[in-house]
Design a protein around this ligand. Structure first.
Ligand code: ADP
Length: 323
């Protein structure tokens, strides 16, 4: 994927942004308040900062210059902006191009953040994505403090669906964590941030990547890792949603790595036997012993909660006669 190069855009963006002013000026300087896609000439106005990552800032943006009938994407979307000054090495730019390419490959699934388009100006690369208004699962868990098991089940099931789609397309995510799982207004769960994702056919990966707490033992040992490393991270994610903190959390990184390599973690007794069993299977040391996504989908943790949901749907409500 080649992102269109555009000095022209930059000039245009400057000209347009000086044309008017709104009350959001005190948050985002006028100079940087608007973005222009040179290919489509679409103009986007930044509304609010949604989050910051290792390389990018993500803003809610609204397209302001095209009639509804001509629009190929929703008017409001998320703009992931990567400052070029942060891409010092050529490989870093290649990674961004690869992120865009992989997002194009996997788009169209309900549980994956949709990719719309990308463009660049002199100072930044901009990737336009589906807006997930409720931000990330990390922020959601922080707000709610703890989740009931049924909600954990509902969230995990959707992550598993998204991950099945990714793996089916031959892509490993390699950075599954709460901050990369996004939520829409109607609580649809979406896998985002493909910055570390890779194609499986490119051979077994040996580079260390991923968030320290969710890093799989085979990744740490540089044994070469495949899609099973995503299953491990999913196990860590499920544990965190159930318990409120990651399974291998310690005061220092070295101890965390030691715990990962020794498979040293404890599941509190408050966690149901079905959920505990699923976590344990996903956190098996040997990658090949971990369950496949199909096996995970039919695990008792999910069947238990889906039958419970069926029951409450057909049961009479508490104030109806005979209940
Ligand atoms: P990086 O690749 O630099 O790590 P991310 O893609 O993880 O950046 O984005 C950083 C943060 O921005 C996320 O943790 C989340 O809070 C927010 N964010 C990212 N994408 C979206 C989106 N599509 N909708 C809403 N918020 C988003």
């Amino acid at each position: 994927v080649k992102l269109p190069s555009t000095a022209r855009t930059h000039r245009r963006a400057r000209k347009i942004s000086s044309a008017s002013s709104t009350k959001s000026d005190h948050v985002i300087p006028e100079e940087t308040r608007r973005l222009v896609d040179p290919a489509t000439e679409n103009i986007y106005e930044k509304k609010r900062l949604l989050g910051k990552g290792g390389f990018a800032r993500v803003y809610e943006v609204v397209q302001i210059n095209q009639p509804e009938c001509q629009r190929l994407q929703p008017r409001s979307c998320a703009a992931k902006i990567i400052d070029k000054s942060r891409l010092v090495r050529p490989q870093q730019r290649e990674k961004v191009e690869q992120e865009v390419e992989l997002m194009q490959t996997v788009r169209g699934h309900r549980n994956i953040v949709s990719y719309y388009s990308s463009f660049e100006d002199e100072s930044a690369i901009c990737i336009l994505l589906e807006l997930c208004n409720k931000k990330s699962l990390a922020q959601y868990l922080r707000r709610k403090q703890y989740l009931v098991e049924q909600e954990v089940c509902n969230i995990t099931r959707q992550i598993v669906e998204g991950l099945s789609h990714l793996h089916g397309k031959g892509i490993i995510h390699r950075d599954l964590k709460l901050g990369n799982i996004l939520l829409t207004d109607d609580m649809t769960v979406k896998i985002g941030d493909f910055g570390l994702a890779a194609k499986m056919d490119a051979g077994k990966k040996k580079t260390i990547c991923g968030t320290p707490n969710f890093i799989a033992p085979e990744v740490l040992q540089r044994q070469g890792h495949g899609p099973e490393a995503d299953i491990w991270a999913l196990g860590c994610l499920l544990y965190t949603l159930l318990v409120g903190k990651p399974p291998f959390e310690t005061a220092c990184l070295r101890d965390t790595y030691r715990c990962i390599l020794k498979n040293n973690y404890r599941i509190p007794t408050t966690v149901s036997p079905e959920a505990a069993d699923l976590v344990k299977s996903m956190l098996r040391q040997k990658p090949k012993s971990r369950p496949t996504l199909d096996e995970i989908k039919s695990h008792a943790f999910f069947t238990k909660h889906s039958s419970y949901l069926d029951t409450i749907e057909i049961a009479p409500s508490a104030n109806e006669p005979g209940s």
